[in-house]
Design a protein around this ligand. Structure first.
Ligand SMILES: [Zn+2]
Length: 280
């Protein structure tokens, strides 16, 4: 928006509409036009600016957009588990290859700790527990097979197949209130004030609720009030404001990219954002 205003202002100045003001302030219009307004920005017609999105944080993982076996996020860190030192309590434990405990990508882990500090500071809520973080392809594969075995070989939509799990991105985390930490999770958790707080405020920390109740048909995953996904603040705010799920956001973004390229936008600026279904 700022850049668009710059463009309009520059246009007015060039047209001589504010000629005298210009002379008084000795503004150099040529610098303003050439340096402040890259052509790509004028062609990018989407509510979230390219520089406000990190392509790695908006990666979509589901059964139509499978992550490869080798996809391991670069900056996984162990999530600190002492809330008094700015961490978040853990529920359960995980052994995933060489990793013991809950890991998330660094920026996501920091955001989760900030979220936990915020709900604690508010008072009146029970402690939140991190119940699951990063899971590798092979860990997910084992979980999926175990689930199928338990369920007579049928996929009941509770455990994603390998490559389709949001947890493999290192940006998906299951966060539950205290009295659910040792219980099987189900959508009744939605009634918990902690989950309602998360749904209302998680975008302020860059998260979205990844599997909302009203998007079940699109995500093809049961309602999960506990599963938050880090996408970065500008994208989270946009998704929240427009009531989208990540699948819908991805669809909009990919259409915006196509439109941008069709109008002569710079392919190098959008290359990293392009995602294609793996089952087509
Ligand atoms: Zn989850």
């Amino acid at each position: 928006m700022k850049k668009l205003l710059c463009a309009l202002l520059a246009g007015m100045l060039l047209a001589g509409a504010a000629g005298t003001v210009l002379a008084e302030e000795e503004l150099d219009i040529s610098d303003l036009v050439l340096e402040e307004i890259p052509m790509g920005d004028l062609l990018w017609d989407f509510p979230v600016a390219l520089e406000d999105m990190n392509p790695e944080y908006i990666i979509l993982a589901n059964k139509h957009y499978l992550l490869s076996k080798d996809y391991v996020p670069a900056d996984l860190v162990k999530v600190p588990k002492d809330p008094k030192k700015g961490g978040i309590l853990w529920a359960g434990s995980s052994q995933d290859g060489k990793l013991t405990g809950w890991y998330l990508r660094e920026e996501c882990a920091n955001a989760l700790c900030e979220l936990n500090a915020a709900i604690r500071a508010e008072g009146g809520y029970r402690d939140l527990y991190l119940k699951s973080g990063y899971r590798s392809y092979s860990k997910q594969n084992t979980m999926y097979k175990n689930r199928l075995k338990k369920n007579n070989g049928k996929d009941d939509g509770w455990v994603s197949m390998a490559g389709a799990s949001d947890h493999q991105t290192g940006l998906g985390c299951d966060v539950v209130p205290k009295n659910w930490k040792d219980r099987g999770m189900n959508d009744k958790m939605m009634k918990e004030p902690e989950c309602q707080w998360m749904a209302e405020h998680c975008h302020e920390f860059g998260f979205i609720i990844r599997y909302p109740a009203d998007k079940k048909e699109i995500t093809e995953i049961n309602t999960e009030p506990w599963h938050m996904r880090y996408v970065g603040k500008p994208v989270a705010a946009y998704i929240k404001e427009n009531g989208l799920c990540l699948e819908e956001f991805t669809q909009q973004l990919q259409a915006a990219i196509e439109d941008y390229l069709a109008r002569g936008g710079d392919p190098a600026r959008v290359e990293a954002f392009i995602q294609k279904p793996t089952d087509e």
